[in-house]
Design a protein around this ligand. Structure first.
Ligand code: ATP
Length: 274
């Protein structure tokens, strides 16, 4: 089996300002990150270094964006992988990929002259799901390798590695992952409230010709229960409706139709294949 290189990306400068709502999650994350950068004090006080942060919550709420912003905030190299990339038919390949990912983080950070590296693993539950009753699964080795790598992170090494993982299914995670010294900071990333939705809508309305008559507050109220990803879709669909009508600007009716469309789309997804 081939040991494909994992896709790794350097974060494009991405800041917390570009994330709408999520004020509490942002604040908790920044607090944790501030702690990470104060390495000398931490070593002096003998505090256990922060190794892993778990972001949990429904899909499309900005967990990936938060991880990117965290990398930018700490001036880190950013590498990303998804739990499903580690699942292979052949025993040991997933574990090898985990090892490679950490190695790559260290090499890239050194090359770029950075003292920190953020590794973001989305869908962590795929490799870190509960092991039921001692039953061995083919990818237990992968989880073990991840735990080994985490245990090998030290406060005074350079580059310092911080793992950020995301999941929609926190309750599925194996307790070994959540133990102190592993992913022991948990930050909930919920669906945005109305104020958050307004903020997100405004972020995605930038660079779009929105008519002056649009009442964005009303759109935020109408899109109750939408995630950030759905709000981004609303803006995009509204622009498509405007184009179909040869309207040079996006009007409120385009936004309302887009809300319906995104809502219907979700319904069909749920009632259809899923
Ligand atoms: P998943 O659990 O499905 O991986 P996620 O929580 O990681 O989702 P993101 O990938 O961060 O979600 O968000 C997807 C897209 O939705 C973003 O690229 C962005 O366009 C939009 N989005 C989501 N949340 C926000 C937000 N809080 N502010 C602005 N845009 C957002």
């Amino acid at each position: 089996p081939s040991r494909k290189r994992l896709p790794a990306t350097k974060a494009a400068p991405f800041s917390f300002d570009q994330i709408g709502g999520q004020e509490r999650a942002k604040q908790e994350l920044v607090e944790a990150l501030d702690f990470l950068v104060r390495q000398e004090e931490i070593a002096k006080l003998g505090i256990r270094p922060l190794k892993g942060i778990l972001l949990y919550g429904p899909p499309g709420t900005g967990k990936t964006l938060l991880a990117k912003a965290a990398a930018h905030y700490t001036d880190s190299i950013y590498l990303t992988a998804s739990g499903s990339e580690f699942v292979e038919m052949y025993v040991g390949v997933g574990a090898g990929r985990v090892r490679d990912l950490f190695k790559e983080a260290r090499t890239k950070a050194n090359k770029a002259g950075k003292s920190n590296a953020v590794i973001f693993i989305d869908e962590i539950e795929v490799i870190g799901g509960k092991r039921d009753g001692g039953q061995q699964r083919e990818y237990d080795q992968t989880l073990n390798q991840l735990l080994t790598e985490m245990d090998g992170i030290h406060a005074n090494e350079s580059p310092r590695i911080l793992l950020i993982a995301a999941t929609n299914r926190k309750e599925m995670l194996d307790s070994a992952l959540l133990r102190p010294g592993r992913f022991d900071r948990h930050i909930g990333v919920d669906l945005p409230d109305k104020k958050g939705r307004l903020h997100i809508l405004n972020i995605h309305a930038k660079n779009k010709p929105i008519s002056d008559s649009v009442d964005m507050e009303r759109i935020a109220a109408e899109s109750f229960g939408f995630s950030g990803a759905q709000l981004e879709s609303v803006m995009n669909e509204a622009a498509i409706y405007a184009m179909r009508e040869n309207s040079g600007t996006i009007e409120e009716k385009h936004l309302s139709m887009a809300i319906d469309k995104v809502m219907m789309g979700e319904k069909t997804d749920r009632e259809g294949t899923k």
